[in-house]
Design a protein around this ligand. Sequence first.
Ligand SMILES: O=C(O)C(=O)Cc1ccc(O)cc1
Ligand SMILES: [Fe+2]
Length: 398
Amino acid sequence: MPEHLAEKILRFHSITFACSNSKLMAEYHTGRMGFRPIARREMNKNANRGVRAEVVKNGNCVLAFIAPIAPVDNTAIVMSDSDREEAERIVNHISRHGDSVMDVAFVCEDVREVFAWAVNHGAQAILNPTRFEDNYGSAVIATVTAFGHVTHTFIEKDKYLGAYLPGYLPIDYNDPINKVYDSVPIMEIDHVVGNQYAGQMENVCNLQLTNSFSYRKAFGFHQFVSEDDYNVQTEFSALKSTVMANPNNCVKMPINEPAKGKRLSQIEEYLRYNNGPGVQHIALRTPNIIKCVDEMKKRGVEFIDVPTEYYIDLRERLTNNNAPRIKEDLAKIENLGILVDYDKDGYLLQLFVKHVSNRPTSFYEIIQREGSEGFGGGNFKALFEAVEREQLKRGNLA
Ligand SMILES: O=C(O)C(=O)Cc1ccc(O)cc1
Ligand SMILES: [Fe+2]
């Protein structure tokens, strides 16, 4: 994609999960993670007979949960062909992958042009550019395939004043749980990671062949180099990763594939249980990770455990000449089990939530950036040992 067109892909808009019960998924994100319900699509007597969807928001981070309402093959249930098609797509996604990310949407300008380029360069059309309208205005929306059954939606909605998208009713209600607990500070989606089959990472990032999707060719993304030694650090992890980004670097999408290690790669485990490629993790950026993790823990979110030796190592690492001064209280960082990494530009603090769904597939990361634009390469050893302990408990570390 030429630069002038790629520049029309501006930032993350939202992430949509296909799930069997959108109400409960929204409640988990509200009650446990501190999101606020903002919009929903309900069955009504004229339209939207196939799905029900809930949308939640925290800061600028918007998540949508969409679920089939009824058995799509039951002809006694009256719905339009397009409602049935939409419901069928969700049913198929859930039956193949379980409750999981189906779409990552971007705010765009000139959706029609961006879409036309993408489908002429390896992406397949799921929804042709369409203008949708309701009482709050209109938006132009188009969807294309990316990897596995994950799609990307382009959204142009500068004229739209509703809470989410046309067809969704705003919710003027906050879950009472958010009055019991303090708010959880989240700013936006920092990055979204895709897991690929072995040998496919390069293709999904860069490939120039026709009939195949790649972020460079179809979307004009470039390789985002965060740390010189990103790849060297993956020797512990049995994974390879390349970070792709849009021209303004607001959209960052690391792409992983399994690498040969002594034992089953965590990416291989993901591919087995997700039944193919898909979104591995969603990183949520916070301005205050101590507050964010503390509040989430009070609300019952479970995070991956790091051993106490990590903090002995960390205190050692922080005495290096090139180590930045960490403004947060190290005792609090240790208490909450938060991970610290740094590079020449500054530092970052991060922590990983245990899998939310019943499969050992996707998870959330909480990240605070203080200068560093990296992804936590310095934490890989401790982190992947922790991940492997969980894999071992599941019997998936042969
Ligand atoms: O690359 C990234 O964005 C990371 O955050 C690194 C990472 C890779 C695999 C994990 O199980 C956890 C973290
Ligand atoms: Fe990450």
